[in-house]
Ligand binder design. Structure first.
Ligand code: ARG
Length: 456
């Protein structure tokens, strides 16, 4: 039975009915819909808008419906949307009294509430998952404070660093993701019920009471805005897109690092797959999927931005299109965070190979230039001299390590200590400013991150 059937003289066309229906996807909001209805009904009873005894009957019946859905006794089907389903079910269970639930309410403020309740839990779940990932990164970093590896720029070897420094860079990104989801949560966590269809209601409702019952710290300030606002959905998907971008970058590195050319890491058998034709293959499919699914979450963001861009105030049915994209973004990010954290924990780090790779590619060149500059050569000149030294090495098949002191001295005033200066371990140890890779600086960064994890 349609909630709005009274004004109609004939039934809706079958195809139009299924085109209009959102039950297929909004049924996952049943818990939030029923929870919101219970709070609304309790308020109606307490404010004397409906008799308190009837409010009790409705709330109990709503509890029964929730329990039956959860146990599988009641199947959500045959309704236009989750709101219609719950109301129809209520009336079929308790009769006429059930028809009073919707007093002073519209599906427009009802769905605005449902999606906020859903996203409030979703944001909290995502925050917890990102924090687990950061914990994993901190743990790996603590075990690799002295694991030397090349830092890259332009994917060319740049300077020596440590695996801890590289991994903690991602921890910083994910910590900002946590903050982004928290900020999104602030805007999600506002109670819209009482806004009605668009101009609130003439019943003497108590919106603050509903907010308190549902644990909202604030209520929305304008009923037109409240039923038509979905920027908090955009906040959520946008935070999800940025988090996916971070996962994707990291995945890309793991894909490169696990290739035969790099061999920096080895994925465990549990998190890789094989080829149906090439027996030797061990493929980083999880990371490739993570990278691929990022496009999908960006698509969700584009969808909701585009849906919102041209709709006049207040509620329009276009807004129903917010759900599939936000569910998809949430489900995708949630799955990706879980897989990625587990995969990292099981990944083997090939320390010898990382160390060996640091020696090639002239990663000590900046140290050589700084060596001259610290002895009074203007840095720009020192840079140019070492540039020529590198060309000499390339032409003569030498490295900064295999050059003789005599060869060094063809270019500038070098002493025996240059060989110590260019050692990656020493280059790293000299970098003590906050944010740098020395053990001391990294320990400080990790301490800060641990504090963030306990308070965030
Ligand atoms: N299914 C709708 C949505 O997701 C619920 C609100 C419907 N309101 C209405 N007046 N048709 O937005």
């Amino acid at each position: 039975m349609k909630l709005w059937a009274g004004r109609f003289e004939s039934e809706i066309d079958k195809e139009a009915d299924s085109f209009n229906s959102s039950l297929n996807f909004d049924k996952r909001l049943y818990y939030y819909d029923i929870t919101g209805s219970k709070a609304h009904c309790t308020m109606l009873g307490k404010c004397g808008i409906i008799p308190a005894a009837e409010a009790d009957i409705i709330v109990k019946a709503l509890d029964g419906i929730l329990a039956d859905i959860e146990s599988g006794m009641t199947v959500i089907e045959n309704a236009e949307d989750i709101h219609s389903f719950v109301e129809n079910e209520l009336v079929s269970r308790i009769g006429e009294v059930g028809k009073k639930l919707h007093t002073g309410r519209s599906r427009n403020d009802q769905i605005a509430l449902d999606i906020r309740l859903f996203l409030r839990d979703a944001a909290k779940n995502i925050i917890a998952l990102i924090k687990s990932l950061i914990k994993q990164l901190v743990e790996i970093s603590e075990n690799n404070l002295e694991t030397v590896m090349p830092a890259f720029t332009h994917l060319q070897k740049a300077q020596p660093t440590t695996l801890a420094h590289h991994f903690m860079a991602y921890a910083e990104m994910f910590a900002r993701d946590v903050k982004r989801f928290k900020e999104a949560l602030d805007r999600i966590n506002v109670m819209p019920l009482g806004s009605g269809a668009c101009t609130s209601t003439s019943y003497p409702i108590n919106r603050e009471m509903v907010a308190e019952l549902l644990d909202f710290p604030a209520i929305t300030s304008n009923s037109m805005d409240a039923v038509s606002d979905r920027d908090f959905v955009i906040d959520f998907i946008s935070a999800a897109s940025i988090a996916m971008m971070h996962l994707s970058r990291f995945s890309e590195e793991i894909i490169i690092w696990s290739s035969d050319e790099y061999k920096y890491v080895e994925l465990s058998d549990k998190f890789s797959t094989g080829s149906s034709i090439m027996p030797q293959k061990k493929n980083p499919d999880m990371n490739e999927l993570l990278r691929g699914k990022t496009g999908r979450v960006y698509g969700d963001l584009m969808s909701i931005l585009t849906v919102m861009k041209g709709i006049p105030l207040a509620y329009d049915k276009d807004l129903q299109e917010d759900k599939e994209c936000v569910f998809d973004a949430y489900d995708t990010l949630k799955a990706c965070l879980g897989i990625f954290t587990a995969l990292l924990g099981d990944m083997k780090i090939n320390k010898d190979r990382l160390r060996e790779s640091t020696d090639g590619g002239f990663t000590g060149a900046t140290e050589c230039a700084d060596y001259l500059a610290k002895r009074g050569v203007p840095f720009r000149d020192a840079h140019s001299i070492i540039g020529q030294l590198v060309v000499y090495c390339i032409k003569n098949g030498k490295t900064l390590q295999t050059l003789t002191l005599d060869e060094y001295n063809k270019f500038g005033d070098f002493r025996e200590d240059i060989f110590d200066v260019i050692k990656p371990e020493n280059a790293i140890a000299r970098r003590t400013a906050p944010g740098s890779p020395s053990v001391k600086a990294m320990k400080d960064e990790i301490d800060k991150m641990k504090k963030f994890l306990t308070k965030a």
